[in-house]
Each structure stands twice: as structure tokens, then as C-alpha cells.
Design a binder for this molecule. Structure first.
Ligand code: TYC
Length: 101
């Protein structure tokens, strides 16, 4: 803006968009949790089809870990807690963790 005495000021309006980071919920393999329990968890807590759940379960079993789902931070940590509650309720050592994508 043109001001008096030859000075100018500029007003910059920035419209900042939120940058939403995504977090993977990662299932970890163990030697004791039954395959069918992992498949049920993936279907019920992560909205996977039975075929998808089976594929992820076998991937975790064979590779040591695998992605159950991808969420915003708050939802991802809630899912980790949901898995821990279900595992505890049924006496299985199944563990999920969060990792930033
Ligand atoms: N390794 C387990 C078994 O042989 C199956 C399993 C799969 C456990 C995935 C945990 O996240 C897991 N019964």
C-alpha cells in the first residue's frame, strides 16, 4: 500500500491449509496368537474383508509385521488401544503399534 512520506507497507494474507500427517497401525507377529483371532481383529477393528484380513495376517506371520490400517494420529492410537483391549480380553499376546507414515 502506498503510504505518505514515500513508505510502503505490504499486508500478506496467507491461507494456510492443515497438513494432516498419516500414521500406520502396524501389527506385530508373535508365536501364540491364533491366525483366526488376527483375521477377526482385522475385520472387526480395521474393516477388512475376510480375504484382505487373511492376506495381511499371512504377511505379518511371514514378515514379522504388517500394516493393519492408516489413520490420523488420534484414530491410530485409539486403534492400537482397541487391539490391546481385545488381545487382553482373549488372553493373546497380539500387539499393534503406531508409526508415522
Ligand atoms: N504367528 C502366529 C501363529 O503362527 C499368527 C500371527 C499372525 C500372530 C499375525 C500375530 O500379528 C500376528 N499362530
Amino acid at each position: 500500500n502506498k503510504m505518505s512520506a514515500g513508505t510502503t507497507t505490504q499486508t500478506k494474507t496467507e491461507t494456510k491449509l492443515a497438513t494432516v500427517k498419516l500414521w500406520n497401525v502396524v501389527l506385530l507377529n508373535d508365536d501364540y496368537t491364533p491366525m483366526d483371532f488376527v483375521i477377526a481383529v482385522l475385520m472387526q477393528l480395521f474393516d477388512k474383508s475376510e480375504d484382505e484380513a487373511y492376506e495381511i495376517t499371512m504377511a505379518v506371520h511371514n514378515n514379522g509385521k504388517g500394516i493393519a490400517g492408516t489413520f490420523t494420529k488420534e484414530i491410530a492410537y485409539q486403534k492400537v488401544s482397541d487391539v490391546a483391549m481385545a488381545a487382553q480380553a482373549y488372553g493373546h499376546p497380539l500387539l499393534a503399534v503406531c508409526e508415522e507414515q
